[in-house]
Design a protein around this ligand. Structure first.
Ligand code: CUK
Ligand code: CUA
Length: 642
């Protein structure tokens, strides 16, 4: 049996390392049926049924698509500069990209989580992770803007993040790379991984009204790699599950070192217990860490970055009942919890079966101490004691599972490039469809809630190849929409995505669309450099700083002739858009602008800093076509010698 398992794993490793050509499915045409167009057609002027929030991967941004049309509605800038929205260019948004390392203008965004109340999406916020410089961001769904970014100390490669509990009590993050704890003597040999590197889990508290985040506590665990995680729900509410790989604790992730073990672990964390330990004062205050907390305030239209230095850490090995390991075959990637909270699905990337664990059996195993031993002081539950059963021969390389709310699960298979539907109770495979090509995450609208919307599943693919017109060596990434309302899954649409789509979540449009803000009210504008109407437009000099209080309305700037600027000055254009009509932004650009441009929404103030580099006359103009007189919306700035 062991040899057979080994052979299957060896075959997968071979398939993985040799590329995906061998597994490339054939026959797209036969996979698409005649009425596909009807199912995805959203007539001109009609709205889509769902908002889908899609990870932008290495673009660092979040994109918003309508489903089922696959129409791109917006890219929300989060962790990277974005000239289309002025994100990171205006003085107001620059602090949002600050970290303890200084400004990080480009990151890698993987996972998307809609906020929940009572296990259902409430349409308030979307949480996303920065994978490289570990951070969690909160996007506000009234403005579709990033409202807050919190850096995570003691972490490296924030991949197992940001998954949330069923009432958004916590946003949770597990470190992908174990690292020596920050602030201690961390200049040590990489060979010391096993002894000194730690895997830290961060529990970030979310304020129910404001949404503001702070690190409630961290749990320090043995040095392994955390890949993904999910909150328990309903039956298992109060627990959190993390997939771990490299339980070999190798200091290089090359497969001969880090993929030797037949089983790695799922770590089960009792966070209600963690709260008890905190109350009892068992947390250790660590005050030599450094992390940034950035908040955007939509009333003042400004943001602020603050460096924090303190965090409370719980030690997993010392606190009984806090953490348990469940063995899980071959480098688990996804760990997904079914809508009832009873079933925990592990997905070993190098496995040829899917283990499904039972929360009830796991609880019993803990009570009966059905342990096979300990790993660095933490009990390891016997595999069979927690196991509900295994899905046999489902495909090769399972990655992620979502649920259809009808008692079935759908799992993505990277290596065999397919989606496979199976029944959660009897573990029988019901249906399979190819993906083009090599699917990573998949998403059912509401797929991680108590009641999924079992209409569609979207495959987010890792390889594009021939799906779209070629665009040179770099291709658009691809997503595919399948109808799952019947017994058989049916491919109905391909659509390109921005950056690499990792995870996504989709919510019924009604839950978001009516809350969406139309304009910022002028009377509520608390910006320190707000000009309330053209009467307040002016130029003020303070030393070598020139503040231009500029207003915009169709179709002119006030003032539009600016003199008195001298070489060596720093000029701040505080542009207030005094329009109060929906969809009337104005842009602002000036020749030679070394900080980019601005795009200002009605009622809002944004500031562009400009340091002129020469003497002369500099035209400025509006960049967003706003009326028949848009081309007349312009002016001049004169720069004179000092
Ligand atoms: S993921 Cu980040 S490597 Cu399967 Cu969530 Cu794509
Ligand atoms: Cu304002 Cu064009």
């Amino acid at each position: 049996m062991k040899t057979k398992n080994f052979l299957v794993s060896a075959a997968i490793v071979l398939a993985v390392t040799m590329g995906f050509q061998a597994c490339k499915p054939k026959g797209t045409q036969s996979a698409v049926s005649g009425n596909a167009a009807e199912k995805t057609y959203v007539a001109p002027g009609q709205y889509d049924e769902f908002y889908s929030f899609v990870s932008g991967g290495f673009s660092g941004q979040l994109s918003v698509y309508g489903l089922p049309s696959g129409r791109l509605l917006r890219v929300i800038p989060v962790f990277s500069l974005d000239p289309e929205k002025g994100w990171g260019f205006s003085e107001e948004t620059k602090p949002m990209l600050e970290t303890s390392h200084g400004s990080v203008p480009w990151d890698d965004l993987h996972h998307v989580q809609l906020s929940k109340t009572d296990g259902e999406y409430d349409g308030k916020w979307v949480f996303v992770n920065a994978n490289n410089t570990p951070r969690i961001a909160r996007v506000d769904l009234t403005t579709f803007r990033t409202a807050e970014i919190l850096e995570l100390p003691n972490s490296g490669g924030n991949h197992s993040s940001p998954f949330i509990t069923q009432n958004t009590e916590y946003v949770v993050a597990g470190t992908r790379f174990s690292v020596p704890p920050d602030g201690e003597k961390s200049d040590m040999s990489i060979e010391k991984f096993k002894e000194n590197f730690k895997g830290t889990l961060s529990f970030v508290r979310v304020n129910k009204e404001s949404g503001n985040m702070d690190i409630a506590f961290q749990i320090e665990t043995p040095g392994v790699n955390y890949d993904l995680s999910r909150a328990g729900k309903e039956a298992s509410h109060g627990w959190f599950f993390f997939s771990t790989y490299n339980t070999e604790q190798a200091n290089t992730l090359q497969e001969v070192n880090a993929s030797k073990n037949d089983k790695d672990f799922i770590l089960a964390v009792n966070w209600k217990k963690a709260e008890e330990y905190l109350k009892a004062g068992k947390g250790k205050k660590v005050s030599n860490v450094k992390y940034a907390h950035n908040v955007y305030d939509e009333h003042s239209h400004t943001s602020k970055s603050t460096i924090k230095n303190e965090v409370i850490v719980l030690n997993s090995a010392e606190l009984e009942g806090l953490c348990y390991y469940i063995p899980c075959p071959k480098s688990p990637h996804g760990v997904d919890i079914d809508p009832t909270g009873e079933y925990i699905v592990g997905s070993g990337k190098l496995a040829a079966l899917i283990p499904v664990f039972s929360f009830t059996k796991m609880q019993k195993a803990i009570k009966d101490k059905a342990f096979e031993g300990t790993f660095e002081g933490i009990p390891v539950i016997k595999y069979e004691a927690a196991l509900h059963g295994e899905v046999q021969k489902p495909g090769l390389g399972p990655l992620h599972t979502e649920f259809d709310g009808k008692g079935n699960a759908i799992t993505s298979f990277f290596v065999s490039s397919e989606l496979v539907k199976w029944n959660i109770k009897d573990l029988k495979v019901l249906d399979r469809v190819p993906t083009y090509y090599s699917v990573g995450h998949l998403m059912i609208p509401g797929g991680d809630t108590k009641s999924p919307d079992s209409k569609y599943v979207v495959a987010f693919n890792k390889i594009t190849k021939d799906r779209f017109l070629p665009t040179g060596p770099e291709l658009a990434h691809s997503a595919q929409l399948y109808d799952i309302s019947g017994d058989k899954m049916q491919l109905i649409l391909d659509f390109p995505t921005i950056g690499e789509p990792h995870y996504a979540q989709a919510v019924r449009a009604e839950k978001v669309k009516d809350k969406s803000l139309k304009i910022y009210k002028l009377e509520a504008n608390k910006h320190p450099h707000f000009a309330n109407g053209e009467a307040e437009a002016r130029v003020e000099r303070k030393g070598n700083k020139v503040h231009v209080y500029l207003t915009t309305i169709r179709s002119h700037f006030t003032p539009d002739k600016i003199e008195g600027v001298q070489l060596g000055d720093e000029v701040y254009f505080h542009v207030t858009n005094i329009e109060q009509d929906w969809d009337m932004p104005h842009g602002f650009a000036i020749k030679g602008a070394n900080n980019g441009e601005l795009l200002v929404m009605p009622g809002e103030t944004q500031t562009l800093k400009w340091v002129p580099d020469r003497i002369g006359i500099f035209p400025m103009y509006c960049t967003d076509f706003c009326s028949a007189l848009h081309q007349e919306m312009a002016g001049y700035v004169r720069v004179s010698p000092k």
